[in-house]
Ligand binder design. Structure first.
Ligand SMILES: Nc1ncnc2c1ncn2[C@@H]1O[C@H](COP(=O)(O)OP(=O)(O)OP(=O)(O)O)[C@@H](O)[C@H]1O
Ligand SMILES: [Mg+2]
Length: 206
């Protein structure tokens, strides 16, 4: 067994065996796990109950409230993956998608269009919750580690890290460099295997 934030950090290639502080934020389906690592261990961990599922819910609610259209979770997840964006597009309204659902007024199938400006608005609450969790983690981080994080930046893992612009939104809110790990969806799995197969990482397993 290896703790998930540690596995995510190892999978993301963070320098966990060196005395360098780092922060990894794993945005999964149900939760966002925020961890500060130092000296071969976890200095801080927090789990925020927000992730991809809440993002899907936020899109469903937005479309119902603003367009009187009922869509399912699968449609919402597809919208998120195709055109989800963590903050307003830099130019104009961004991409426009057409979505089908059931009209709540007359009960019949209907189609509406939604643009990325609206999707960003829909996602602002769950994105804000991830950022708030990071802010609290930074407030609770010892100054020496905070200094390392300023240099190293924050690494994002998990499927939620693929949300377009999430890195920029976190960078803007914290002033810190933010990078998305390579292949963020598989970091935890790769980190777990790596930790079990490599002697010097076995200290993280228990
Ligand atoms: N391109 C994408 N843009 C936005 N979100 C995405 C993208 N691809 C996948 N996701 C979301 O990532 C989430 C799944 O991520 P991941 O596999 O890391 O979660 P998990 O480990 O199963 O969940 P948890 O860590 O909460 O147990 C889903 O909500 C999915 O919709
Ligand atoms: Mg996960």
């Amino acid at each position: 067994m290896i703790l998930e934030p540690m596995a995510a950090a190892i999978g993301a290639g963070l320098p966990v065996t060196e005395p360098i502080g780092s922060m990894v934020v794993d945005v999964g389906g149900g939760t966002a796990e925020i961890a500060v690592l130092s000296l071969r261990g976890l200095a801080y961990t927090a789990s925020v109950r927000v992730g991809g599922d809440k993002m899907d819910d936020a899109i469903v609610s937005y479309v119902r409230r603003n367009h009187n259209l009922l869509i399912g979770d699968i449609t919402a997840e597809r919208i998120k993956k195709e055109a989800g964006i963590a903050r307003c597009p830099t130019e104009g309204h961004g991409i426009t998608l057409s979505i089908k659902g059931r009209d709540l007024v007359n009960g019949v199938p209907a189609e509406i269009t939604i643009n990325q400006m609206q999707i960003a608005e829909a996602l602002s609450e769950p994105v804000g919750a991830v950022i708030e969790g990071i802010r609290i983690a930074l407030e609770n981080t010892a100054p020496e580690l905070a200094a390392d994080i300023v240099d190293q930046g924050i690494v994002l893992t998990g499927g939620g890290a693929l949300l377009s612009g999430l890195d920029d939104a976190i960078c803007e809110a914290t002033g810190l460099p933010v990078v998305v790990a390579d292949d963020p969806l598989t970091c935890v799995a790769r980190g777990t295997v790596f930790a079990l197969e490599n002697e010097q990482f076995r200290i993280f397993a228990h």
